[in-house]
Structure formats: structure tokens, C-alpha cells
Design a protein around this ligand. Structure first.
Ligand code: ADP
Ligand code: MG
Length: 547
């Protein structure tokens, strides 16, 4: 401006640039040679109904006497002490950038030569401006391109959805720039926060404030999702809670754009800005492309996740199948064995009974008869346990009162293993809801645990069976504890007690806990053990209340 004023013998000079919408001429810096208090009145000039506008329309420079100008312009120019003004176009490569305005306080009017010199100068200025603008534009494009490139790269690198979202948002925060960037996923009829990044201006609380939103048109993200199009807005245009929430975090401008992959709505990308700089149309476009890339990457990560889970499920099913097959084979074998062994066993029992009657043995002979009888009983028990273990389990769930099952199991166990020296107590909360289980199987499992507990306390002690309700996230779980004050289990045995045929007892079969495990598994439950040697043992069964 100073140079232009000097080389055209002017007292003041100002450069105006056309705004984007071409409705106004706007100064980009204070003019030279004008009082600061006055210069404010020159700052913006409308294109319509102004001399400057006319000059731009006519595409010709013009020199004027101030006193011959329309009243409006004249008062300002008079105040600045100007007598003559010249308006020349800033044109570069046929593209109009704006206007250069010159003023003289002397009575020397601008002649054709002055105008020509001014026009030449303005041409140079326009070229510089265009260069600067092109440079800025290129810079912007470059950063936009690199954002899209980064998003694509992250998408191809990251296989997990959560880190993918976080990394992309961090990139958006860096390149756009924004103060808050959020991704919501559609879950049922809600939009649930899937990730967010906040600049220091956005504040930490912002993520919580924007966490879950209804999927309806009460919010801008909701609208973006439902209509599958981008919405941009300033905070003044919002209403109600949305506006208050945004204002509370100093947010001025927002954009929400849908995440759509293969025609399917996955969620939304939302960004917010706290500075006074509104989002440009280019920002909107950029976020839209960013959302498209992100949506595709999320879709891919989800597919990958699904695939991984399917493989795991397949491996699990396969393992189950193998186990099932093995058990089925064992069951068949056990059934044949039981049949084959039980017949001779029956004969042995009968024969012993008859022999006892015939011989009426006493002393050593009587003792030998007892031994044969006991061992035959043991064989019979092994066969029974083996059948229990190998039998295929069909779980028939019915609502069952837990207190009744526990009482039944304690009674049956006491019959199997007489224990006058063991003090048994049970504890079930009064309002325990009925549990959906197979009653006979659950009783069988409890009988086995109680029998073991009794056997662990040959010198007596306390045995307690208690039930309680637990909550595991969304799931309601019934918990049953069987505790004794018996011999306990060593650490290295703890690893093996659930294996079939593992026993430390002279007349044990090692099948009791294996059966417990099978029954609990069949109910999608878990069985745990805590024990300390010499002090006692607690077995804990957990069964989900609803399958
Ligand atoms: P068994 O009772 O026929 O030995 P189980 O499968 O019922 O077979 O139990 C396996 C082993 O686990 C037992 O031999 C014993 O060593 C150990 N065990 C089970 N329950 C208890 C308990 N309550 N206290 C101490 N040891 C136990
Ligand atoms: Mg046992």
C-alpha cells in the first residue's frame, strides 16, 4: 500500500479483496495514510450500490473528484481530507482479486498516465496475492490429502476397531484442525461412543458429555445418521440441551457426518471447533471423505474380528466334539462292561448269601466272607460311577428351588456315607429365585461334593453348603459353596482332582469330581476349588441363572 501510494503521488492507499461469495470488498489490513479511527469506516464495502462495485462491474479503472461523488462516500472521504480518488482493478491472469484504491489530499486530479501506472502496479499486486493464495491452497490440499492417506494407511494396518477409531480421530484432530472429534456406533436404537479425542481447548469432560445419544432427530448426530448426510452448524443454531452442552465446553462450530459402508449405517463422525473460525465447505468435504474411509476400515476390522471369533468357536466346537466322541466311546464301553460285570457280581452276591446261610461262618471264615462282600460292593460302586461318568448328559432345565435340591443332596450323601461325627449345615437365602437347571444332575453333583467333604473329615468337623446370588456384568449367577474342615488338597493334586480316575483314596474311583465337572459344564457353569492342607476345602459351583 505504501509503495503504491508513493509511486502514484497519493496520500493514502488501501487494498480490498473480494470475499468468497463476491458480495463484498474487504480490507485485509489497515490502509496507509488514513487515521486509524477513520479507517474502520472503510473496512467493508458492499459490491451492490457502491462506486467500487461499479468499477469492478465495469472492469475499468476510474478517477473521481470527491465532491462529485454520491453523498454516502463523500462524507467519509471528506473526513479523511481527500479531494481525488482513483480506483483500479486487481486482476491477475484474467481473475479479479479486488480493488486498489488511492486518494490525494491535494487538488491534483488523477490523469490517464496516473491511472495506467496505478493499473500496472495493481497487476503486480494481484499476481502476488494470487501466488500467496495458490500457495495456501496447495498447502491446504496437501494436508487434506495427507489426512486421507493417513486414514487409509491406519485402516490397512489396524485390525482392531477401538485403536483404529482412536488413531484416525487423533489424525483428524491434527489436520483439520478441530478441538473435539468423536465417533459413535449404532447399537440398537442408540448411538454409543466408540472413541474420542479432545484438544486442550475442548476439555476432558467433553467426551462424557457426548457419550450416548438417541438415534433420532433431537441431536445433530442423530439427524446425520438418520438422513445419512452431513450437517454443519454453529452453536447458535442449536437448541435446548444440545446448545447448552456445546456451550459448556466452549464449542462454537460442529459438523456431523454419517459412517456408511456398503450401504450400511455404522455410526457417525462428529467434530467440533472452539475457535472463531467457522468450518469451510472444504472442511465438510474432507470430513465426509474421511468418514467414508473410516467406515470402510471399521467394516473390515469388524469382519476380521468376526472371522477370528468364528475360528475360535470352530476350534472350541471341534475340541468339544472330540471330547464328546471319546466320552461316547467310553460310555459304550462302560455300558457293556457294566452289563458283563454286573451279572457275575449278582451271582457272587447271591452265592455269598447262600454260603453264609449254609455254613454260618464265624471267626476268620466270617471275616473272609465280609471281605469278599465288601470288595464286591466296591466293584459294584466303580461300575455305578463309571456309568454315571460316561452316560451322555441331556440337560432338561426346569425351574428348581435351590434349597430343596441342597437338602435332598445332603440327605442322599449322608445315606451313602454315614457320618455321625460330621455336623452338616445348609444356608440358602429365603428369597432365592427358582433356578433353571436339571434337578437330578445338580443333585448328583452336590451329592458327590458332599460325599467327598464327609470323607475328608474322618475325625469329624463342620460341613456347610450355602447358596448365594452373584452378578457378573449383565449375568445373574447362582453360587453354591460346599466347605469342609477336612484334610485339604495339596497344590499339585489340585490340578488333577477333576481328571477321571484320579483318586487318593484306597477305595476311591476318582470319578466323583469328573462327574461334577461334566454336570457343571453342561449347565455353562464353572467349578472352582480353594483348599489349605489340614484346614479344609471349599468347592464353589457357579451356574448362570438364565442359559
Ligand atoms: P474319589 O472321591 O473317588 O477319590 P473324586 O473325583 O470325588 O474321586 O475326588 C478325587 C480326589 O480329590 C480325591 O481322591 C481327593 O484326593 C480329592 N478331594 C476331593 N474332594 C476333597 C475334599 N473335600 N477334601 C480333600 N480332598 C478332596
Ligand atoms: Mg468322590
Amino acid at each position: 500500500q505504501e509503495l503504491a501510494a508513493g509511486s502514484t503521488a497519493s496520500d493514502c492507499c488501501s487494498i480490498y479483496l473480494l470475499n468468497d461469495k463476491q458480495t463484498e470488498l474487504v480490507m485485509r489490513g489497515p490502509p496507509c495514510g488514513v487515521e486509524p479511527s477513520l479507517s474502520e469506516r472503510f473496512w467493508r464495502v458492499p459490491m451492490a450500490r457502491s462506486t467500487s462495485g461499479d468499477v469492478l462491474q465495469a472492469l475499468k479503472p476510474r478517477a473521481m473528484r470527491v465532491d462529485a461523488m454520491p453523498a454516502e462516500s463523500r462524507t467519509v472521504l471528506d473526513a479523511a481530507g481527500l479531494h481525488h480518488v482513483a480506483l483500479v482493478l486487481l486482476v491477475a491472469n484474467g481473475h479479479i482479486e479486488g480493488l486498489l484504491s488511492l486518494g490525494r489530499m491535494s487538488d491534483l486530479r488523477y490523469d490517464a498516465v496516473d491511472l495506467e501506472a496505478a493499473q500496472f502496479l495493481a497487476g503486480q499486486v494481484a499476481l502476488q496475492i494470487e501466488n500467496a493464495r495458490l500457495h495456501a491452497d496447495t498447502q491446504l490440499r496437501l494436508s487434506q490429502l495427507s489426512l486421507l492417506f493417513e486414514v487409509t494407511r491406519i485402516g490397512s494396518e489396524e485390525r482392531e476397531v477401538a485403536p483404529l477409531v482412536d488413531r484416525v480421530l487423533a489424525e483428524v484432530l491434527k489436520s483439520v484442525p478441530v478441538d473435539l472429534a468423536l465417533v459413535h456406533f449404532v447399537t440398537g436404537d442408540k448411538l454409543t461412543l466408540a472413541g474420542g479425542q479432545v484438544s486442550p481447548f475442548g476439555g476432558k469432560g467433553a467426551l462424557d458429555a457426548f457419550a450416548a445419544r438417541p438415534l433420532d432427530d433431537t441431536s445433530m448426530v442423530g439427524r446425520a445418521a438418520l438422513n445419512r448426510r452431513t450437517f454443519a452448524s454453529s452453536v447458535d443454531e442449536l437448541s435446548g440441551t444440545a446448545q447448552r452442552t456445546a456451550q459448556a465446553h466452549g464449542i462454537r462450530y460442529l459438523i456431523a457426518t454419517p459412517l456408511v459402508a456398503h450401504g450400511r449405517l455404522l455410526g457417525t463422525l462428529e467434530v467440533a471447533r472452539c475457535s472463531k473460525q467457522p468450518f469451510s465447505e472444504q472442511d465438510e468435504k474432507l470430513l465426509e471423505s474421511c468418514a467414508t474411509h473410516l467406515a470402510n476400515a471399521v467394516e473390515r476390522a469388524r469382519l476380521y474380528d468376526d472371522l477370528k471369533r468364528s475360528y475360535q468357536a470352530l476350534a472350541h466346537t471341534q475340541a468339544e466334539l472330540v471330547k464328546h466322541e471319546r466320552l461316547a466311546a467310553l460310555g459304550e464301553l462302560a455300558a457293556v462292561m457294566a452289563h458283563e460285570v454286573r451279572n457275575p457280581l449278582g451271582v457272587i452276591f447271591n452265592s455269598i448269601g447262600s454260603l453264609r446261610k449254609l455254613l454260618q461262618p464265624t471267626g476268620d471264615a466270617g471275616m473272609l466272607f465280609d471281605i469278599v462282600n465288601e470288595e464286591a460292593e466296591r466293584l459294584n460302586r466303580i461300575i455305578g460311577d463309571l456309568l454315571d461318568f460316561a452316560r451322555p448328559y441331556q440337560v432338561r432345565r426346569i425351574p428348581v428351588a435351590l434349597d430343596r435340591v441342597i437338602a435332598g443332596a445332603v440327605e442322599a450323601a449322608s445315606r451313602v456315607e454315614a457320618a455321625p461325627q460330621v455336623e452338616i449345615s445348609t444356608e440358602v437365602p429365603g428369597a432365592f429365585p427358582p433356578l433353571l437347571v436339571d434337578e437330578a444332575l445338580l443333585r448328583q453333583a452336590l451329592v458327590n461334593l458332599v460325599v467327598n467333604a464327609i470323607q475328608a473329615m474322618p475325625r469329624g468337623g463342620k460341613l456347610k453348603v450355602s447358596a448365594s446370588a452373584e452378578r457378573h456384568g449383565e449375568r445373574q449367577v447362582a453360587r453354591i459353596d460346599v466347605s469342609d474342615q477336612g484334610v485339604g488338597i495339596s497344590a499339585q493334586n489340585t490340578e488333577r482332582i477333576f481328571q477321571p480316575f484320579f483318586t487318593t483314596k484306597v477305595s476311591g474311583t476318582g470319578l466323583g469330581l469328573a462327574v461334577v465337572k461334566r454336570i457343571v459344564d453342561a449347565h455353562d457353569g464353572e467349578v472352582d476349588v480353594k483348599s489349605s492342607l489340614g484346614l479344609g476345602t471349599t468347592f464353589t459351583i457357579r451356574i448362570p441363572a438364565a442359559p
